[in-house]
Design a protein around this ligand. Structure first.
Ligand SMILES: *[C@@H]1O[C@H](CO)[C@@H](O)[C@H](O)[C@H]1NC(C)=O
Ligand SMILES: *[C@@H]1O[C@H](CO)[C@@H](O)[C@H](O)[C@H]1NC(C)=O
Ligand SMILES: *[C@@H]1O[C@H](CO)[C@@H](O)[C@H](O)[C@H]1NC(C)=O
Length: 210
C-alpha cells in the first residue's frame, strides 16, 4: 500500500511538473488550438504534455526552442485566431491562408515585432484591420485578401517600410486608400474588389494584379 501510494505521489508530481514546465510558446499554441475545429487532424500531434512545441506538426523553432513559424495554410481549420498568439515574440511567419478562419484579427498581433509574414488570405475573417499592425516594422508580406474585412485601411500601415506585398483585395473595406509613404509603391490591384473603397485606380478599374 505504502509503495503504491508513494508511486502515485511520484506520478502525480511528474505530471504536475510536466504541465507546469510547458513553455509559454506551447501554452499560446494550445490556446489557439482550443478554439479551432480541426476535422482533418492537422493539430493532432500537438501534445500538451511536451515542454516545448518544437516537434509538433506545422511548427518550426529556432536553436533556443522558440517558435519562429506556424505553417497551417490550407489545413481545413475553422474558428478564431487566439490573441494569445501575440506572445510568440520570436514568430516570423504566421501562415493561416486558405482555411475557414473566422472572427477578427487580434489587435495584440501588433506586438509580434519579429513578424516577416502575416498570411491570412482566403478565410472568413471579419472586423477591422488593427492599426497596431503598423508597429510590425519587419513585416514584408501582409496578405489579408479574400476575407470579409470592413472599415478603413489604417494610416499607420504607411510606416511598414519593409513591406514587399500588401494585398488587401477582395474584402469589404471602405474609406479612401492612403497615398503616403509605402502606399505610393503598392499597385491598385492590391485594393481591388472592395466596392466601398475609394482611391487611385479604383474608379478607372486599375487592374487586379497585386
Ligand atoms: C474539411 O472538413 C470537412 C468536415 O469534416 C470535410 O467535409 C471536407 O471534405 C474537408 N475539406 C477538405 C478540403 O479536406
Ligand atoms: C484562394 O481562393 C481563390 C478563390 O476562392 C482560389 O481561386 C485560390 O486558388 C485560393 N488560393 C489559395 C492559395 O488557397
Ligand atoms: C505601437 O507601439 C507603441 C510602443 O510600443 C505603442 O505605444 C502604440 O500604442 C502602438 N501602436 C498601436 C497603433 O498599437
Amino acid at each position: 500500500m505504502a509503495a503504491a501510494g508513494a508511486l502515485a505521489i511520484v506520478l502525480v508530481a511528474l505530471i504536475a511538473s510536466t504541465v507546469a514546465d510547458s513553455s509559454p510558446d506551447a501554452v499560446a499554441l494550445q490556446a489557439l488550438r482550443s478554439g479551432l475545429q480541426d476535422p482533418d487532424g492537422a493539430l493532432k500531434n500537438w501534445d500538451p504534455d511536451l515542454v516545448d512545441p518544437c516537434t509538433w506538426f506545422h511548427i518550426t523553432c529556432d536553436d533556443n526552442l522558440r517558435v519562429t513559424r506556424i505553417d497551417l495554410g490550407s489545413s481545413n481549420l475553422s474558428g478564431p485566431l487566439s490573441p494569445e498568439l501575440a506572445k510568440l515574440d520570436q514568430l516570423q511567419y504566421m501562415e493561416f491562408w486558405g482555411n475557414n478562419i473566422q472572427g477578427t484579427i487580434p489587435e495584440e498581433f501588433g506586438d509580434l515585432k519579429n513578424l516577416i509574414s502575416l498570411d491570412l488570405y482566403n478565410n472568413s475573417i471579419s472586423g477591422r484591420i488593427p492599426a497596431s499592425l503598423g508597429n510590425l516594422s519587419n513585416l514584408k508580406f501582409l496578405r489579408l485578401d479574400h476575407n470579409r474585412l470592413t472599415g478603413p485601411i489604417p494610416r499607420e500601415l504607411a510606416g511598414l517600410f519593409q513591406i514587399v506585398v500588401m494585398d488587401l483585395s477582395n474584402n469589404d473595406l471602405s474609406g479612401t486608400i492612403p497615398t503616403t509613404r509605402v502606399f505610393q509603391n503598392i499597385p491598385p490591384g492590391c485594393f481591388a474588389n472592395n466596392p466601398r473603397l475609394r482611391g487611385p485606380g479604383q474608379q478607372q478599374g486599375g487592374g487586379t494584379d497585386c
